[in-house]
Write a protein that binds this ligand. Sequence first.
Ligand SMILES: Cc1ncc(COP(=O)(O)O)c(C=O)c1O
Length: 395
Amino acid sequence: MNSNDDRINYLDHAATTPMRNEVLEKMLPYFTEKFGNPSSLYSLAGEARYGVDAAREQVAQVINSRENEIVFTGSGSESNNTAIKGTASAREMRKGHIITTSIEHHAVIHPIEQLEKLGYDATYIGVDNTGLVDPEEFASAVRPDTFLASVMLVNNEIGTIQPVRHIADLTRQSAISCGADVLIHTDAVQAAGKISLDVDELGVDMMSLSGHKIYGPKGAGVLFVRRGVVLDPLISGGGQERQRRSGTENVASIVGLGEALILSESERLSNRSRMQRLSNRLVKGIIEKIPDAIIDDKRLSHVPEIINVSFPGVEGESILLGLDFKGIAASSGSACSSASVEPSHVLLALGQAPALAVGSVRFSLGRHTTDEDITDVLKALPLVLKQLRAFPSST
Ligand SMILES: Cc1ncc(COP(=O)(O)O)c(C=O)c1O
């Protein structure tokens, strides 16, 4: 995709992705001829039930779990909320303590803040200036009443990969020594299709996924819940999803999510070197062309797809408008908060000054990104910045 034609150079795959045709084709019959309610008894319903069961098998295969450990939800946000509020609620009157990090997505931070208002306690572990959590510091926050630790696998704004396994191991050791029973949850919404989601290798008890970040449908999520975890449902009613998420199943979207996950996993390793090469070109090009850009050029524990760069003295929103004018779609901070000019909590947690953090832009690459797209950005970005710096009030 390039700016010489009328197509968009889409570099905002961490916000959402275009649905794959293969996924859409799998979904379509479930809107029409296979429209039955999976809970009904006749054969029409059986087709819908088969669709949901097959998707459950696909997800279980990719994350190396049992099928009955998969709960389909309405989004990645719902999965996170279910993991956090569901385990808190299952403690009944005991309240308790949660450990998380200061760079989680708002779909983790806000439910924890809600629980704090109800009398639960939370510790937010900071990160170093590359965005990594220190596993020892994380584990040392365990208290006898800690019941949940939630740490994201890949950050949606800066692309860092947390050492989830190491954090989980140390947290469990700490839990044993202080007599706590701690469940480990990971928000892997941005990790799918990029790194392994094997729940045993990751050492997690719960894991959240979302369909629309992997070329699948929006409004479809997964929560992996390891056997034995006690969790109250967020939505009660007809008892679907083994009592964990009531509501008639969104069959077409569940089918789409399963297919999207299988496809993204099957291409994950073969995409790696192309993504790394394109990402390196973009980072190197920005450093060469815009010497005052603030960018983590080492990117040691990072997915290549997500690149965050801050430009001193310019607002990210203005840069986005300038890029949009040139046919390039990127993002400043996370998509959900891009309507506000508040600096991103993630960049502040890295130690960036608020004035610099508001000048940040996130480029996120995807399966359709080409060398030509990168060339276009490297051409457009210096021009946009030059214009904004020459006429700071023009936006
Ligand atoms: C890390 C992370 N967690 C959770 C979510 C929420 O997922 P959904 O949009 O499916 O609610 C997002 C979406 O941006 C995300 O990036």
